[in-house]
Ligand binder design. Structure first.
Ligand code: CP
Ligand code: NVA
Length: 305
């Protein structure tokens, strides 16, 4: 049976931890230039409805390093759901390729691809979630902090796809997750309820940004207006400034706090240059780790059959 990765919750806790371990091994091999052609001869189709730097490059380079091939399909040539139905695109790509990675607007599109594809489908970001990102983020946090248990992780800003995937991860791994978001910009209610019901992590929504950051081991932020929300950007610029991660706000966190941002960053909005380029920032380690974690994910999903 093929497995998809649409949500972090598609994996068990053990599978998540195994993926971190495999990513560590693959990173080691990559750094030491040890060949690891585990997916030799396999092909990944990469469908994009939205722009990307990290996701596109890390999947393409990752597939190459694993001995396979990735092909980039831009939004205009495929015309998902316009030139051809999503289901038919899924069926056709399954005849050529061993896996599909898709970055889409509505989450239902990636879910439909998974329903009709006979090969694994990986969510490379939807309006609802960004699971590959948060897998790479937690892998980065473990590298820097040694473990995830007992950490207080504060997400500041918009309760968007990245925040939703953090909430999903908190249903599987146990840590303390604080969501410092403005009223009305909370993460998805259904995802929050599911995670609360799982009762694995402590989850708090704290509207006061200083209280949300106080003593935190990890501070994380993302853009205030995600792709697809551009028309709200001006209004959000009036609401979100108290949540900007600047040196004053970061000084309320633990002394050895690390700062993460999924990138791209809007410097001067959700984060200052001082924080991005400062001693607590691990944002470029985080970006690099997308490569290693996604290679591990592809090996887990695509090496059988
Ligand atoms: N963080 C991330 O997914 O970056 P891209 O949008 O550049 O792929
Ligand atoms: N929340 C952002 C993440 C970009 C990687 C967006 O969806 O645009």
């Amino acid at each position: 049976m093929k497995r998809d990765f649409l949500e972090i919750t598609d994996f068990t806790k053990d599978e998540i931890l195994e993926t971190f371990e495999l990513a560590k091994q693959l990173k080691e091999k990559t750094k030491n230039r040890i060949e690891h052609h585990i997916l030799k001869g396999r092909t990944l189709a990469m469908l994009f409805q939205k722009p990307s730097t990290r996701t596109r490059v890390s999947f393409e380079v990752g597939m190459y390093q694993l001995g396979g091939h990735a092909l980039y399909l831009n939004p205009t040539e495929v015309g998902l759901g316009k030139r051809e139905s999503v289901a038919d695109v899924a069926r056709v790509l399954s005849r050529f390729c061993d896996g599909i990675m898709a970055r889409v607007f509505g989450h239902e599109i990636v879910a439909e691809l998974a329903q009709y594809a006979s090969v694994p489908v990986i969510n490379g970001l939807s309006a609802l979630t960004h699971p590959c990102q948060i897998m790479g983020d937690m892998f980065t946090i473990i590298e820097h902090k040694g473990d995830y248990k007992d950490l207080t992780i504060t997400y500041l800003g918009d309760g968007n796809n990245v925040a939703n995937s953090w909430v999903n991860l908190a249903a599987k791994l146990s840590f303390s997750l604080r969501l410092g978001v403005p009223q009305g910009y909370e993460p998805d209610q259904a995802i929050l309820e599911r995670t609360m019901a799982a009762n694995v992590s402590k989850i708090e929504i704290i509207h006061d940004p200083v209280e949300a950051v106080r003593g935190a081991d990890v501070v994380y932020t993302d853009v205030w207006a995600s792709m697809g929300k551009e028309e709200e950007a001006e209004e959000r610029k009036r609401i979100f400034p108290p949540y900007q991660v600047n040196e004053t706000l970061l000084s309320k966190a633990a002394q050895d706090v690390i700062f993460l941002h999924c990138l791209p960053a809007h410097r001067g909005d959700e984060v200052t240059d001082g924080v991005m380029d400062g001693p607590h920032s691990v944002v470029f380690d985080e970006a690099e780790n997308r490569l290693h974690i996604q290679k591990a994910l592809m090996v887990k999903l695509m090496s059988n059959g």
